[in-house]
Ligand binder design. Structure first.
Ligand SMILES: Cc1ncc(COP(=O)(O)O)c(C=O)c1O
Length: 404
């Protein structure tokens, strides 16, 4: 007798379904496809000879530690290193404020376990990071989308709704935001709005989760302080990651929060994966101690600058005049809004199959059906030549295949 798996799956597993997108993205692995889809660093952003040297040192001096289990919150020296870095970036931290995690997405999962019960209200930006929508959805919560504009999250809209939710006694538990070089829009939350948002969080008593995966990758303009650096109450929980500035393969992120949150995170994590990758932590620590993290950030930002400029100038030349896109000052992405008659989801298969060029359609970044005429371009991975060649191909394929 064969097993009828559908009858055995939990309700969570049953409602978790793949998307048509996953099948299309398999096609983007073909070498002839120019992909603006995945949010990955480019191969030449890695400092390979330096990492080889670091690895040699780690395995000659710390082989048993590298091959063993580590403590649940991360190696103490690595937590100290991250805490010192956070402090240098204007977010004072000590070891007990830092929990090392297996990528920053795991930190979000732990925070979900910590703060969310079924039916709770959770706020995200619209559009937002697809991974965060997926993780938060596992908690059976009510996800509300806060609209955004060129200055980021619309705080007036938020205040109005918080007032109404307060009257219904249904205030949100957390707000998840990527205020700097947002995924997918590349936008930065305006400084005044940062203060306003913090005031709202204090007044209406909810936590802010600040995901700063791209914040250090600025290639233009003036830095804006992180929410965490402006936070006086400890209500901002900061998520950091090495995925965009060192290597996504080491699967290392961290959570910077009040010690009580870190302690609870350690307990919750014991039932999940127990500890982060030991080899990765020791590599990252040695890499960081040699000043190479700063070197890679500088190198990556320079490359991103050239790639963003090439992308924007090609968009200017090739895209229809009634389309718009964001002009990022850092990070990996620009967010394109096309005329309403273009359906980016419908057009994707045509773009990949006929024009050999890929992107992520807008609706992937919303919880409900929105963004049909929008798309995300990630300019970090393709080379300058591929960007130059890919954007005209994309413009033409969208015009042919995108009518809704
Ligand atoms: C906003 C944002 N947060 C987090 C991540 C993932 O980070 P990690 O690899 O540390 O889980 C990404 C990756 O694309 C991202 O765009």
């Amino acid at each position: 007798m064969t097993v009828n798996w559908a009858e055995h799956f939990s309700s969570l597993a049953s409602k978790t379904e793949g998307s048509a997108l996953a099948d299309i993205f398999k096609l983007t692995e073909r070498p002839d496809v120019i992909s603006f889809a995945g949010g990955f660093p480019a191969p030449d952003m890695y400092l390979i000879p330096e990492v080889q040297d670091v690895a040699k040192e780690v395995f000659s001096r710390h082989a048993t530690k590298a091959l063993g289990y580590g403590p649940t919150p991360g190696f103490s020296e690595f937590r100290d290193f991250i805490a010192a870095r956070q402090t240098r970036l204007d977010m004072p931290a000590a070891r007990q404020n830092i929990l090392i995690t297996s990528g920053s997405l795991q930190a979000l999962d732990l925070l979900g376990r910590m703060f969310l019960d079924k039916g709770d209200r959770v706020l995200v930006e619209g559009p937002t990071y697809l991974g965060a929508i997926t993780t938060l959805s596992t908690f059976d919560v009510q996800i509300e989308t806060v609209p955004t504009d060129e200055k980021g999250l619309q705080v007036e809209w938020l205040e109005e709704h918080l007032r109404a939710w307060s009257r219904q006694d249904r205030l949100p538990r957390i707000l998840y935001t990527i205020p700097t070089f947002q995924n997918p829009s590349g936008r930065v939350l305006d400084l005044d709005r940062r203060y306003y948002l913090l005031e709202l969080a204090c007044h209406y008593d909810f936590m802010i989760i600040e995901d700063n995966a791209y914040g250090e990758l600025r290639f233009r303009g003036e830095p804006v302080p992180t929410l965490k650096s402006l936070d006086e109450e400890g209500r901002v929980i900061y998520l950091g990651t090495l995925s965009k500035v060192f290597s996504p393969g080491v699967r290392l992120g961290w959570l910077h929060a009040e010690p009580e949150v870190v302690r609870k995170g350690i307990l919750l994590r014991q039932g999940v994966d127990q500890c982060s990758n030991s080899i990765g932590q020791l590599l990252a620590l040695e890499f960081g101690k040699r000043g190479l993290l700063e070197k890679q950030i500088q190198h990556t930002s320079q490359m991103l600058k050239q790639k963003a400029e090439m992308t924007l100038s090609q968009l200017e030349k090739e895209f229809p005049p009634d389309s718009q896109w964001t002009r990022p000052e850092g990070g990996f992405y620009t967010w394109v809004t096309l005329p309403e008659y273009i359906d980016t989801q419908k057009a994707l298969l045509h773009c990949v199959e006929k024009a050999r060029v890929a992107y992520v359609p807008g609706p992937a970044f919303y919880c409900r059906n929105q963004g049909q005429n929008q798309l995300r371009l990630c300019y970090s991975e393709p080379s300058l030549d591929k960007i130059k060649e890919g954007i005209p191909r994309l413009a033409q394929a969208l015009a042919e295949g995108g009518r809704g």
